[in-house]
Design a protein around this ligand. Sequence first.
Ligand code: HEM
Length: 196
Amino acid sequence: MHFLSQHKDIQQKLREEVVPILKQAYETNHPITLEQFESNFEYTKAVINETLRLRSPAFAVARQAKEDVTLQGSDGTKYLVPKDSICVMAFTLANQDPLIWKQDMEEFVPERFLEDHPLHPNLSGVNRYAFQPFNVGPRQCIGRRFAEMEMVLVLAKLIYHFEMIPKKPKEVIPEKIEFTMKPGSPIGVDLKPLTH
Ligand code: HEM
């Protein structure tokens, strides 16, 4: 909501995507189906991903090596991880790595998650695991699908019903790192009801 309140144009683009879908759901009294969720909301999903890139609640995870392992960096450099050492995978660093995100890494640009956009990271060219806010592998987030659906549907409803107006335009909210990453100061957004 903070990023959207600060970017009126993105908010409008998002509303153009969600209003027809939600309007039909409200008018026909049919909840959004899984098929509709999968094949729609492309821009809404991009907004969520861009938010997770810039402010990933899980900013890092750690693993302890059970044996000596050699990891290979994307430039071919090899790194020995000795048995018992603890490795921290800092998503927040990868999420703003210029090698992956090309430019404007600190800017909120959801379009970079649309495949035909020039800023699209084309992760296969770098490392397809470079953007993984839920991590991957056997211990990846068990609530991933639930969280993804919840975020998209709650955001769609909010943007359908309200215009988000920042209390302070151009405000930068600092990050606060605890067990998860949180806003370091209150987020001031006014909600103006909309009618359709
Ligand atoms: C935006 C929302 C969320 C993010 C970014 C997130 C991210 C993560 C990450 C990065 C991990 C660690 C994975 C690893 O160590 O490899 C994790 C683990 C976990 N998450 Fe989430 N999560 C989210 C929401 C949820 C929700 C809604 C639930 C439950 C309904 C959930 C349940 C869990 C559980 C149970 C684990 C531990 C899995 C294990 O150790 O086997 N998460 N999550």
